[in-house]
Ligand binder design. Sequence first.
Ligand SMILES: Cc1ncc(COP(=O)(O)O)c(C=O)c1O
Length: 380
Amino acid sequence: MHQVYFDNAATTQIRDEVITSIVEVMQNNYGNASSSHSIGRSAKVLIEKSRKAVASYLNVSAAEIIFTSGGTEADNLILQSAVRDLKVKHIITSKIEHHAVLHTIDQLVKDYKIAVSYVDLKPNGNIDYLHLSTLLKSETKTLVSLMHINNEIGNVLNIKKVSELCKANDALFHTDAVQSVGHYKLDLQDVKVDFLAASAHKFHGPKGVGFAFVRKNSALKPLIFGGEQERGLRAGTESVHNIVGMERALKSAYNNLEKETQYILSLKQYFIESITAKIQNVSFNGKSGDMEKSTYTLVNVCLPIPPKKAAMLLFQLDLKGIACSKGSACQSGSNQNSHVLNEILCEEDLQKPSIRFSFSIYNTKEEIDYVIDVLKEFIE
Ligand SMILES: Cc1ncc(COP(=O)(O)O)c(C=O)c1O
């Protein structure tokens, strides 16, 4: 059976050239980058070359990139150290952030008794910038943590505007850019975020590696203690092959960005047109149905299926070889509604199944035809 993978916001297929680069490093550069002999030094060279290249894609300096085990660790490093070391006493965030941010903040509230404010959301899931401005008037040291692209509903935050609001109010700004790095060109000289989190497996790179961007002189301290790796900011022997693979994935992403964006955008457009034409009364959650104001990589569809039948939907799709999800992959196994949709949908729509379909360069229009036919069959 042909598998249709429409869950690219959960993770992506690794590009061939990335696999080749990873295997090459595993075969030829097994050294520990902290060793002083030549085998160790050559591993170190690979890491530093990768750091320089990753930094160049974001227009920042190599010293501002800290390699981590992924997006969750980068979010944790930034948020935890901001409170513990930078003495942040107030965090402004939203209720539709990823759990890597929300649960970290919950823990910081318990451990440090910091204050948290949740910025108001519009019914379409966009943040209320006016409310954010009001919240930023607080007297205490504040950090804003808002994601660039929402992983469930695809809403895009105007990070330049938020960074300017933060600067004007002397607040720090962290953005979880896990769904945007590798999918959007980011120039961090223009967009003055203080901190950013990214993850390789969301842009056709390996799992278990990502990075934190930490703007120069921001005085963050490590989350993980041990050796002096990552300039003392992240202890632990570096995963050289993963770091090189991440850089290779980012290189391919940015070299082909224009062409690939257009291709994926055309898939999303086709999906929206086809599903609207073939299935009555579908609606799109958040901004995800808006071709201009949401990310081109995903759509979140609310389907007109009665709750009893809906319970079996993902399972039935899986039986037909279709991989998609209810929301973030971390929640897929749970029966609970998505915390994101809970914030923005009315009771009636929450009773219906909502499915996120997320696309990549490896998908085709024929796959969309197949998926929509299966959905139609299920509904009828
Ligand atoms: C927006 C967002 N932030 C953070 C993460 C966590 O990243 P990682 O899987 O690399 O820990 C994800 C992954 O699902 C995500 O979509």
